[in-house]
Design a protein around this ligand. Structure first.
Ligand code: ZN
Length: 134
């Protein structure tokens, strides 16, 4: 798989507004923008750091994936996202290798990226997102 870099780290927060004083105020990351991804039932805040970003995730629905994650585990690191050159090729390769996937086909994420999640059972408990950006 042609994996290019760590694209972003997704962090589940109860409220983006309440998390910004830490990530922006204490750690000095610039807020690049906030976007709602209706399909995922989340609001995301992107904060670039070098070639990567911190992605704060706030649920817009308690039944959404981030709402369920926080209910079960509390706030904290949710996923690692790796930039791949070609997500269709990456998913085909993973299927060939029998790797368990959450998304068999790519869907659209924040910033117009095409994304897909690998099942954490296939990665030792880490939720991994693959991400292709134009
Ligand atoms: Zn992400």
């Amino acid at each position: 798989m042609n994996t290019l870099r760590l694209d972003h780290i997704g962090i589940a927060v109860e409220k983006i507004d309440a998390a910004l004083p830490v990530w922006e105020g204490v750690l000095g990351l610039p807020l690049h923008g906030i976007e709602e991804v209706a399909e995922q039932k989340v609001k995301t805040a992107f904060m670039p750091i070098g070639e990567s970003e911190i992605e704060l995730l706030e649920t817009t629905d308690p039944e959404g994936p981030i709402g369920k994650f926080i209910a079960a585990k509390g706030q904290g690191v949710h996923h690692l996202a790796f930039r791949v050159a070609n997500i269709d090729e990456a998913l085909a390769e993973l299927k060939t290798k029998g790797v368990r996937l959450i998304d068999e086909t790519p869907r659209y994420g924040a910033g117009g990226a095409r994304i897909a999640f690998i099942h954490p059972k296939a990665t030792g408990g880490v939720l991994v997102e693959l991400c292709e950006r134009a």
